[in-house]
Design a protein around this ligand. Structure first.
Ligand code: SAM
Length: 385
């Protein structure tokens, strides 16, 4: 076992699991939570038939997929990092990559399913979209079990299940986790009566007149983020570049604004969310006069980008990974940006003042200038020497 591996003991066998990206620190965070354990315990008490068709939604590091691999589940979610974690964990445990089928959040699974297990995502909009996408693959006898830490289950969560699929109740809490039991209702499964998903949704940016399309799990999906807006107000300060990267692109707005001002530049969009990348792609198709100069990359920061290949990188870093608060992803993004920039290339970062990105960038690049600031945000620039 690697030093970061931990043994996940389940009624379906024990598996050694790691997070991806690997957890750091002396007492690394585990690759599963009490909600995973509660789901598996519940399943073992009312066993599945060998032939049951199983779908997993939002299995964060593969804990459910590995434990239930004998059923060859389909596993769907929006996170590339989660999919990579699951692939790694299958390999660490000498299980074939074909033990389960991975699907991205925008691809239809192959139902109908006998059992569906759902880890409740942080974003309510993603859950809503997933329930709409799931509904055509259910029958009245499908067993739907969902789980989360109790603090993440709200009345609004249960109302979504009730409204889209059918009657819903919750279990008692166990180790601060709770289960949700939902029973598909014939009237709601009937396409004629059912309403459709409101996603992707759209908002208009008055400054440009652009209609920006946003899938359910896109950052600041319903309206422009105030940090992104602050960056936008200073977009004319960006230097000319041949190759621009929008790192952690969300719906792609920052990259689009830069590309619009530099019609000869190539622009590459990077994100770990399937929905973010699909939204950026859709927005480029509608907004850019020449969309073929844009490329789209599902990645962990810039892991797959060539070194010394870009002149300008734009970044509004995430400041939490799922429930884990921290700045390790921002740090990874800055390190990758430094590797990928050519000499004299610039990284432009927008962040909340309190996140102290200035100190990090200065340490890494040896320089960091403030391009703009207000009482809440700073727009920082570091140049690769
Ligand atoms: N640039 C967009 C904007 O300003 O509206 C989105 C910024 S949002 C604060 C951060 C983005 O980083 C999200 O779209 C998220 O999916 C993405 N992200 C998070 N972790 C990532 C990782 N490890 N690699 C690539 N992208 C990541």
């Amino acid at each position: 076992m690697n030093s970061n591996d931990q043994l996940f003991e389940t009624p379906f066998g024990d598996y050694s699991l790691q997070r991806f990206p690997p957890a750091t620190g002396k007492s690394p965070l585990r690759a599963w939570d009490a909600a995973d354990q509660y789901l598996l315990q519940q399943l073992s008490e009312q066993p599945m038939a060998d032939t049951d068709r199983l779908l997993l939604l939002n299995d964060q590091f593969g804990a459910l997929g590995l434990a239930l691999h004998p059923w060859q589940p389909q596993s769907s979610g929006d996170s590339f990092l989660s999919q990579q974690a699951c692939r790694n964990n299958l390999q660490f445990n000498n299980l074939s990559a074909d033990s389960l089928t991975q699907l991205d959040s925008l691809s239809a699974p192959e139902g109908p399913f006998d059992v569906v297990l759902i880890k409740i995502p942080k974003t309510l909009a993603l859950l809503e979209d997933q329930l709409y996408r799931l509904r055509p693959h259910l029958t009245e006898t499908t067993r739907i079990l969902a789980a989360a830490m109790a603090r993440d289950i709200h009345t609004s969560t249960l109302q979504l299940f009730e409204r889209i699929i059918g009657p819903t109740k919750t279990s008692l809490a166990r180790k601060k986790a709770r289960l949700i039991f939902c029973h598909p209702q014939a009237a709601q499964l009937d396409g004629a009566c059912a309403t459709d998903s409101p996603y992707p949704s759209e908002y208009t940016l008055p400054e440009t007149g652009w209609h920006l399309s946003n899938h359910a799990n896109v950052f600041s999906q319903a309206k422009l983020d105030i940090g992104t807006r602050f960056f936008m107000e200073h977009i004319d300060k960006l230097p000319a570049a041949e190759q621009i990267i929008d790192l952690g692109c969300g719906n792609g707005l920052l990259g689009l604004l830069a590309a619009e001002r530099q019609p000869e530049a190539r622009i590459a969009f990077y994100d770990e969310s399937h929905m973010a990348l699909a939204s950026a792609q859709e927005n480029c198709r509608h907004i850019l006069a020449n969309p073929s100069r844009a490329s789209f990359h599902l990645d962990n920061a810039l892991a797959s980008a060539d070194s010394n290949s870009a002149n300008l990188i734009l970044n509004n870093p995430p400041f939490h990974q799922k429930n884990v608060v921290g700045d390790h992803i921002a740090w990874q993004m800055f390190k990758d940006a430094k590797r990928v920039l050519q000499a004299d290339g610039e990284l432009w970062v927008i962040g909340n003042r309190h996140l102290q990105y200035h100190a990090k960038l200065k340490k890494l690049f040896g320089n960091c200038q403030t391009a703009a600031s207000n009482n809440k945000f700073v727009l920082l620039v570091s140049r690769k020497r």
